[in-house]
Design a protein. Sequence first.
Lengths: 187, 519
Amino acid sequence: MIAAAASMSALGLGLGYLLGAAARKFHVETPPIVEEIGKILPGTNCGACGFPGCNGLAEAMAEGNAPLTACTPGGRDVALALAEIVTVEAGAEAGPIAEIEPMVAFVFEDHCTGCQKCFKRCPTDAIVGGAKQIHTVVMDACIGCDACIEVCPTEAIVSRVKPKSLKTWYWDKPQPGLAAARAETAA
Amino acid sequence: MRLPSIATLFHPLQSFSIRGGIHPETHKHLTSECEIETMPMPTLIRLPLQQHIGAEAEPIVRRDDLVLKGQLIAKARGPLSANIHAPTSGRVIAVGHFVAPHASGLPVPTITLRPDGEDRWGPHLPRLRPENASPEEIAAQVAAAGIVGMGGATFPSAVKLNLRAKYDLTTLILNGAECEPYLTCDDRLMRERAEEIADGIGIMARALGVKQVFVAIESNKPQAIEAMTRYNRALGYTFKVHVVPTQYPMGSEKHLVKMITGRETPARALTADLGVVVHNIATAHAVHLAVRYGEPLIARTVTVSGHGIRRPANLRVLIGTPVSEIIAHCGGFTEEPDRLLLGGPMMGMPIQNPRVPVVKGTNGILALTAAETPEAKTMPCIRCGRCVQGCPVGLTPFELNARIHAGDLEGAAKVGLMDCLACGCCSYNCPANLPLVQSFQFAKGKLAERQSRKHQQEETKRLAAARKAREEAILEAKKQMMLKRKAEMAAKKKAEEAAAAAEMPPPATATAIQGEATP
C-alpha cells in the first residue's frame, strides 16, 4: 500500500518536473504586437472580419495576413491607430483608408417573425425582443457587424447608415476652391 | 491702441474695449424705427420638443387633443430641460417629426397644432408677488413658465437663477448689447417695454440675491439707453446702465463680463465662478410676464430683416409660427434671397426649408440678397495676421486652419480650438476669404464625434464582456445542474438499492436459514 502510493507520487512529481522543464525550454512567446493590436480592436468578437474573434484577427494581422482595414465596425479610427503600430508586409495590402460611415442594423418589422435568432447572435446585446415579438435594434449599442443579417431567416434585417441627430450633426469640411468655383459659375 | 473718436467724449469707457472684434456694417436702420407689431394668428403652429440646451421635453398631449392657450403640452425631462406650452388654443394634429429650424434640416420630434382662431386662455400659472416671494419660488415659477435664455443660447433660465446655491454671486448683468448686425428686436423691446423689463430685472436680481445690477447696451442704441436709464429701479434694486462700445462680438457673455467688471473668465469656466450672471433683456421681459401675470413663454420678438424682405419689421410672434408665414406677413421677398437665416448674419443658421417654425431662441429672420452675401474668390493664406487681430479670444486662426486642413485636429485642439466662440471675426477679416470659422465648426464637430465614437466603442466592449460573462455563467449553471442531476440520480439509485437491499433481507435470511438448515 505505502509502496504503491510512494511510487505513484514519485512518478507524478517526476513527470511534473519534466513538464515544467519542457514548458520552460520550449516556451513560445506571444508576440507583444498581438496584445497591442488586441487592445486597439473593439473586442466584441463580432466576426465581421472573417477571423475567429478579435484575437484571431490580431494574430493574423501580426503575421501580415490581414489588411489594417479588416475591422469594419472599428472604422477609420481603429485602422489609423493600427497603422501606427503595425508594419504592413507583403500580402496584406492596406487599401486606402476611407472615411466609413458608421452602419447599424435595422429591422423591417413587417418581416420579423420573432424567431430570436438575431437576438441570440448579437455580440453586444443590441437587439431586444421576446419570442414571437417584433425585435428591434438599440442603435447606440449596435456596432454594425452584420452578424444578425446572416442569421435572419426572413431577411428582415438590413444594414444602413446610422441616422444623424441634431446632437451628432456637424458642418462638412469646407473644400478649398469650392467657394471660388461657386463664384465663377455664378459669374 | 485705437484713436479716440468724438463719441468717446460722451462715453469715455469706449476707449477701453475688448480684445479683437470687428465693426461690420450694422444695417440696423432697416428695422430700428419699426415698432413691434403683433403678428396675426398663423394657420399652423409647430413646436419642436427641443428648443433649449439640455434634454428634450416630453410630450403630454396626444393627437386630436384640444388645448387651450398657455396649457402645458410638453414637460421638462430632467434638471436641464424646459417646459413647452401651447401658444394658442386649438387642436393637436400631430405629435411626430418635422424639419428642425437648424442648418442640417434633420427631422426632430415636433408637436403640430392647428389654431382654432379663438385664442382662448386656459388657466394661467399662479401669480406671484415677487416682493414677498422667496428666491426659490421665483426660480420655480420661471421654470414652470418654460423660460430659456432668449439671446440665442437657449439655456434654461431657472437653472441659471438657481446658481446662488453653488456660487457666491455678486453681480447680475443684463445683456442688451445686441451686437449682431441687422437685429433690432432687443433694441425695440427696451425702447417700448422698458418698465416691464426693469421689473423683470428686479425679479431676477431678487432671485439671485446679487448686490449690483448692470444693464449693458451698445452705444449705437441711444433711445434704448435713455429708456433704460429712465426705468432703472425695481424691487429695491437700482441698476446702472452701462454703455459699451459698438463692436462685434460685444454681446458674448464672457466679453461683456470683461468689459463691465474688468475680470476675465478663465477658459472653460463659467462667469458664475467670478460671481457674475448674465441674462438677456428679452429673458427679463419674459420673467416679468411669467411672475406678474402667470404667462408662460409662448411668444417672442423677432426681427425680420434683410434687403430680400419687402417690408422689414419687428414682430411679436407666437413660438412655433412658420417662417414662411412671417415672411408673407412682411410682404414676401423682393427677390429670391441668396440665403435665408435664423438669427444674425454672423452666427445665425442658414435654413433650406422656409416652413420651419420660430423657436424660443430665434431672434431674427434674415433674407439676404446676393448683393449682401458677396461671394469672393478664396486665395492662399499669406499670413497677414488679420485673423489674429480680429479674434476676441486671442487665438491664431491661420494656424488652427492649417492644422485642420493637414488633418491634425488634436494639434488644433491643443492650440485652443475649443476656446473658439465661432463668432466669425476671423473669416470676416480674412483678405484671402478663407472659410476659417467654417473649418473650426467642422473640426469641433469632428472631434466631438470622435469622442462619442470612442465612448461608444468602450461601451460596446463592456456589453460584449457582459454578454460573454453571462453566457459563461449560464454554461456553468447548466454544468452544475447536470452535476446535481447526476448526484440526484446517483442518490436515487443508491436509495433504491438500499431500499432493494432492505427489501432483500427476508429472502436473504431465508436463504441463510435455509443454508443453516441445509447442512
